[in-house]
Design a protein around this ligand. Structure first.
Ligand SMILES: [Zn+2]
Length: 342
């Protein structure tokens, strides 16, 4: 029962965060006026942007995104992004001089760009996560195929190996798009990042159920996976082709995230698995890290915000997580071989 309250309060909290997110910065009339002027003149104060000269390329009827070649779309994106960025920087200087706290603009804190990268800290940590996943998976692969005994058909005894390989692909995909999205936030990169994250979360929930219940039968696996897969695919289609609803997506992600943490936690409490302590660390670490997403704070020195720290905490957790997966492969293989040779 307490677990249910926990999930409910998480969801309520994330809704509140979602509402507070309706960025104060870009609602500010002075910021809006600055962006409007910039998009018309191509300048913020003394600083002018070459990307904003697209009107000189010749106007074509209809909306620009259906008519103009791709490079013009890029120019328009660049122009809008430059205008927003420098208007934000100016506005934040004014606010700072008045002693005001930083405000969010278009759902994001005012970050300092480095070589055109919008959120350098988040990009760096996403890349680290990617590397950590690859390292973890590689050592898992080596253990499975080179260190542990194999069946006669050269396949591993560990029955969850393929599921973890797929998990790895989805993880690499998700961290790759996370790095891209934090480098450059446009409609496309945002959708790719969100969709990849939802796919990974949904799949790892399925994996949590299959592994903790030790579902080995193919038909039973399909039975468990099918409804969840159907939901996740529908949700991704909804986000991409109907509405990118941040509040709803946050709820879906929190529920899927909390559900798998609870499943692993309950299992860790009941099982005699030799590596259950590693699982405890990942579950508690993961839960604490989630708080960073909820108690969102502005970036220190324009770089380290709550979201980037959240990405940072998952780096060591990923290391422990893959270490648990390796232990699990070893543990199960030993068990199967013991049973096979009484
Ligand atoms: Zn992120």
């Amino acid at each position: 029962m307490t677990n249910r309250y926990w999930v409910a309060s998480f969801v309520v909290f994330s809704c509140l965060v979602g509402i507070l997110d309706a960025s104060a910065g870009d609602a500010d009339p002075r910021y809006r006026a600055c962006v409007r002027t910039c998009e018309a003149t191509g300048c913020v104060g003394q600083r002018c942007f070459p990307h904003c000269n697209f009107s000189a390329d010749g106007a074509i009827d209809g909306p620009w995104y259906t008519q103009e070649p791709l490079y013009l779309q890029w120019k328009q994106w660049d122009c809008q992004s430059d205008c927003r960025y420098y208007c934000m920087v100016n506005r934040e200087k004014e606010r700072d001089a008045l002693g005001d706290r930083p405000a969010k603009y278009h759902g994001k804190w005012p970050f300092k760009r480095v070589y055109g990268i919008q959120e350098p800290a988040s990009v760096a940590f996403s890349a680290l996560n990617l590397a950590m996943h690859f390292h973890g998976w590689l050592s898992f692969f080596i253990l499975l195929y080179y260190k542990l005994p194999l069946k006669q058909n050269k396949k591993p005894y560990y029955e969850f190996s393929t599921l973890w390989h797929i998990y790895e692909l989805l993880s690499l995909n998700s961290w790759f798009w996370s790095a891209v999205f934090h480098s450059r936030d446009v409609d496309l990169t945002e959708k790719l990042d969100y969709s990849s994250a939802v796919a990974l979360l949904g799949y790892s929930l399925i994996l949590a159920i299959l592994r903790t219940l030790n579902v080995r039968d193919e038909a039973a696996r399909v039975m468990v996976a099918a409804p969840l897969l159907a939901f996740v695919i529908t949700h991704i289609l909804y986000l991409n082709f109907y509405k990118l609803d941040y509040g709803w997506n946050m709820k879906v992600c929190v529920v899927m995230g909390v559900a798998q943490l609870l499943i692993w936690a309950i299992w860790a409490g009941m099982t005699r698995h030799p590596s259950r302590r590693k699982l405890w660390v990942v579950v508690f670490g993961g839960g604490l890290a989630m708080l960073l997403e909820i108690y969102d704070f502005p970036p220190y020195y324009g770089f380290l915000d709550a979201h980037s720290l959240w990405h940072a905490t998952t780096v060591p957790l990923t290391y422990i997580w893959w270490s648990f997966i390796r232990d699990d492969a070893e543990f199960q293989t030993t068990n199967i071989l013991k049973k096979g040779r009484p």
